[in-house]
Ligand binder design. Sequence first.
Ligand code: NAD
Length: 487
Amino acid sequence: MTHPDFTPKASHFIDGAYVEDTSGALIEVIYPHTGAVIARLHSATPAIIEQALDAARRAQTAWAALSGVERGRVLRRAADLMRARNHALSVIETHDTGKPMSETLVADATSGADALEYFGGLAATLTGEHIPVPGGDFVYTRVEPLGVCVGIGAWNYPIQIASWKAAPALACGNAMVFKPSEMTPLSALQLAEILMEAGAPAGLFNVVQGYGDVGAALVVDPRVDKVSLTGSVPTGRKVYAAAAEGIRHVTMELGGKSPIVVFDDADLENAVSAAINGNFYSTGQICSNGTRVFVHEALYDQFVARVAERMAGAVIGDPMSQATTIGPMVSARQRDIVLGYIDKGLAEGARLVKGGQKIEGQGFYIEPTLFADVTDDMAIAREEIFGPVMSVLKFSSEDEAIRRANATEFGLAAGVFTNDLTRAHRVAAAFEAGTCYINAYNLTPVEAPFGGSKLSGVGRENSKAAIAHYSQVKTVYVGLGDTEAPF
Ligand code: NAD
């Protein structure tokens, strides 16, 4: 099969232009549907990193001096351009990640555009406060940018992650150097082009490609004031520790092993739909997926049977076909990791209800997989799999469900399905997770904070809450009377 060549004009986008340095390590972009190489780029060399940070530093001061209305206008124009190019961006995203067009058309660039529009609108509202002090003096505060922010992305939502980081950072008057995942380097370059076309000054948003070593070099550079990472917990630990050396601000959007608790009074079809979306959307490669589905014993058999029945409706295959609902895994490596977990699930005694097989042929396909009779100690119930594997666990009482749902080192998301109003809120309050759902799952509107507790992260993306993570408050005390001293 032949593919269009997705190789961009050059690997990096710095100071308003594409930049290449072929001495950097080769990055081959693989189309997960076929395994074919569809683009070749190069990892950033120290000289490229230097250029990018230098450009960002230079651009930031003038950008921060603009009014919020002016900054917001650029972001809102970028949102419009992104929406206008949604189809082309979705084609890139589908080739980069393998996610089907039925998803990328509605969940990737569109969500990035929402972030640009939302933070574009907020930019003009970022004001400090006035604090009166007895005796006539007063204090006012200024909301100031941090300076240069580094964004580091994962491969599951490339343009969404880039936009969710760039939009609040730029709205607050910062500049950004963004490093996409080496697996999915293409769409962040499109965001850079869009921002330039929308009127962002050269150097404001730069993209450098690279493996982990490039991310690591960015994190410790003295010109960097903040690091926002979307990635796994092990990478988060390293990046957080490295950022601490310079007391840099951090946002950590890390992994999860989130619970969905389904009580016996829940609407069965809604709960099943949520479990399907929360385990199989993006072929299971979503950080906040509800991979531990706790179902009350009275509903348990019916629930498992219904999930299995509905799974038969999955359309697995060519991600460019709009009928497809399950694409390939992002890479052969990720597919093999997931197959390894399926083997562990079998070995540890979970009951395989459906799926579980590698799909032979081209591409990195795996069947959506349903395990029942999973117990809390099994690896598939404890570790993040990051693939299409749903584990269903049985519970008897509310207290037990809450205790077991919280018995994890992660705390990204959690969901409860019940028609008992007070129980719904009681359980949501008891969940140890940053983003909780009642009779819904995995929806992330830009107006709502998103982020994790426990090992799943630090800080929040989206919403007004993100502003606090891309700005700092300066306190100005104003004395109106005489200044007194003891001698
Ligand atoms: P990863 O941790 O392997 O890589 C993430 C990014 O960090 C990549 O760009 C990588 O090159 C870079 N990196 C690796 N080592 C580094 C280092 N030492 N210093 C600086 N940067 C380094 O994650 P992944 O496999 O790309 O993504 C999957 C993970 O991301 C899952 O754990 C998933 O849960 C998580 N994730 C979280 C969210 C969220 O919002 N919480 C969203 C999507 C994905």
